[in-house]
Design a protein around this ligand. Structure first.
Ligand code: ZN
Length: 348
């Protein structure tokens, strides 16, 4: 039942998103052809589905069991995974992300899971900039349950832009969503609050995970972070989850904000690209976190890149520009770029 509903929602979204794009381009103020959604709000004993179709808000009342509303946090350490695909910094560029995933056979032509027992890691920053954030979130939501059925897994790691939305920093939200907010009378962050299905689902997600010998995290692990926290993946994820609905001033009352949200934090760090690290510094960090590689996003490059003799892989391949992008593919201890056309290029 649940799967059927997700499929219907999904089909509807694919159609409606075609229209929404046209509108934005033609006339910012005319909402008569504006479509977006669905957004599922949680109320006591029922769910309210809100969708916008041609400028009109369609409200449906669903029984409480149509969608899960409790999402227990999953594991964050995995072993013996045979194949891994990694994508990052989609930033609302749903169409391009779909093309990359499809051409690399992670999903099939109907956007269903096609990666068997493989793990797909999304290294943060699905939110902001582009105008198909909601479509991307529902796609990940669907793939997560399809992957599980096939013995695979989808890991959605939270990046700095997810945390920005949680904390109502709306500077980078696409102009499209002003119309959604206006029509639904909800601020953008409220569309993903703790009182929505997707908001609750997001709140169960990790910030950092380890698969086999590799750590995956949006910004990266800095020397400073290690020196100021005892590096424990489970503990870090719990702390980050707890902080989601805390106010900035509450977090700033201790050194928590500086360590976990500052420029050297896991979600904001850019030192592997812009710092003055040497090979031995990176080896030291990897030693300290008992890993062989780190796979990170956050800093945009033209393609998936390898740094420090294949110790660090940068997966943000500028999908945010909506023109080109790649994924990283890992099979045993071999690492490949998966290009937009689905070509595999091995890192030497
Ligand atoms: Zn980022």
């Amino acid at each position: 039942m649940l799967k059927k509903i997700i499929c219907v929602i999904f089909l509807w979204m694919s159609i409606s998103s075609v229209f929404s794009q046209d509108i934005i381009d033609s006339n910012q103020n005319d909402l008569s052809e504006f479509s977006d959604g669905p957004y599922i709000l949680i109320e006591k004993n029922k769910l309210i589905e809100k969708s916008i179709i041609n400028g009109e808000v369609i409200t449906k009342i669903l029984t409480a069991n149509v969608f899960d509303t409790i999402f227990p946090p999953g594991k964050a350490v995995f072993n013996n995974v045979k194949k891994i695909a990694v994508i990052s910094d989609v930033h609302g560029q749903y169409d391009l992300a779909v093309e990359i995933l499809r051409n690399n056979k992670i999903i099939d032509k109907n956007l269903n899971w096609n990666f068997g027992k493989g793990h797909l890691v999304i290294v943060g920053d699905v939110f902001d900039r582009g105008d198909k954030v909601n479509e991307m979130l529902w796609l990940i939501y669907k793939l997560e349950s399809q992957a599980k059925d096939k013995g695979g897994q989808v890991h959605f790691l939270l990046g700095n832009h997810e945390y920005m939305i949680f904390q109502k920093d709306l500077r980078y939200v696409s102009a499209k969503y002003e119309s959604t907010s206006k029509l639904l009378s909800l601020d953008y962050n409220e569309l993903y609050s703790n009182k929505t299905v997707i908001g609750r689902w997001l709140r169960s997600k990790p910030t950092i995970i380890k698969i086999n010998d590799d750590v995956f995290v949006h910004g990266g692990v800095s020397k400073e972070f290690i020196s100021r926290s005892d590096f424990n993946i489970k503990r870090i994820n719990n702390l980050m989850r707890k902080s989601i609905d805390q106010s900035k001033s509450e977090m700033k009352s201790t050194d928590f904000y500086d360590i976990y949200y500052g420029s050297k934090s896991l979600i904001w760090y850019r030192g592997y690209f812009k710092g003055n690290l040497e090979d031995k510094d990176v080896s030291e960090i990897l030693n300290r976190i008992s890993s062989k590689h780190e796979v990170i996003g956050h800093c945009s490059n033209e393609e998936v890149v390898s740094l420090y003799n294949n110790k660090i892989f940068g997966v943000d391949s500028s999908i945010k520009n909506g023109k080109y992008g790649e994924i990283l593919l890992i099979k045993k201890d071999r690492y490949f770029r998966g290009t937009l056309n689905g070509k595999r290029i091995k890192f030497k």
